[in-house]
Design a protein around this ligand. Structure first.
Ligand code: GAR
Length: 227
């Protein structure tokens, strides 16, 4: 059995964070992973992935950004980097499966290997899962299995947990479930608002999403002990 150390660090906002397992996987060798990123909003996690690639910390390239909300700031972030963007507005599709079918077609057109849900606020269907089995990764702002679904940060504050965090996991049909790749924990402070707590969580999201992609890829490239 492989034991992974946990790391306790002081993050840039001076509050401690706990990351488990170690977020320093050995680097991924070979062909860069071909990523397709799905985003609905601000796109700070998209940015974190792009920056990790540029810094040589993630052996990957982003083939395409798909966004469902015309207002999503993630789109401008991609355009600034010369990454192709495709708007697939969910309101244009009658059924969730129809949207997912178009997503699959777009991802295949851009020869995507791994799908990264970086703030993707749509439920997935079997259509997407079947096209990319065990190759879809999601980030969620809670320590799953606590606080699945929307408004996870508000849910955590409402019940008064003292520690929360974020989770990167493989996607299965059940919402915010699937094998956990990495988690990071942060304290909930007495005067936290949803905004201050989410900001603290997002610092950790940006740290763990890129190495979680590496961990997932290592697992499928023959390193079953990698996570
Ligand atoms: C992130 O906090 C992510 O964990 C959350 O949306 C935010 C997107 O931020 N995702 C979910 O709640 C999915 N259930 P970003 O647009 O700045 O990356």
């Amino acid at each position: 059995m492989t034991l992974h150390p946990v790391t306790v660090e002081f993050s840039p906002d001076s509050t401690p964070s706990l990351v488990s397992p170690t977020i320093m996987p050995s680097s991924l060798t070979g062909t860069p992973l071909k990523l397709g990123v799905l985003a609905s909003g601000n796109g700070s996690n998209f940015e974190a992935v792009a920056q990790a690639i540029e810094a040589g910390k993630l052996n990957a390239q982003i083939q395409v950004l798909i966004y469902n909300n015309p207002e999503a700031k993630a789109a401008a972030r991609a355009v600034n980097r010369g990454i192709p963007t495709v708007l697939l507005n969910h309101r244009d599709f009658q059924h969730r499966e129809d949207l997912d079918q178009q997503i699959v077609q777009t991802l295949q057109q851009y020869e995507v290997e791994w799908v990264i849900m970086a703030g993707w606020m749509r439920l997935v269907t079997q259509v997407l899962i079947d096209a990319f089995p065990d190759q879809i990764i999601n980030i969620h702002p809670s320590l799953l299995p606590s606080f699945r679904g929307v408004r996870a940060v508000e849910q955590a504050l409402a019940v008064g947990v003292k520690i929360t965090g974020c989770t990167v996991h493989l996607v299965c049909l059940e919402m915010d479930s699937g094998a956990i790749l990495l988690q990071a924990a942060v304290p909930v402070l007495a005067d936290d608002t949803p905004e201050t707590l989410h900001a603290r969580i997002q610092i950790q999201e940006h740290r763990i999403l890129p190495p979680a992609i590496t961990l997932a890829a290592q697992r499928t490239r023959g390193r079953p002990d990698a996570i």
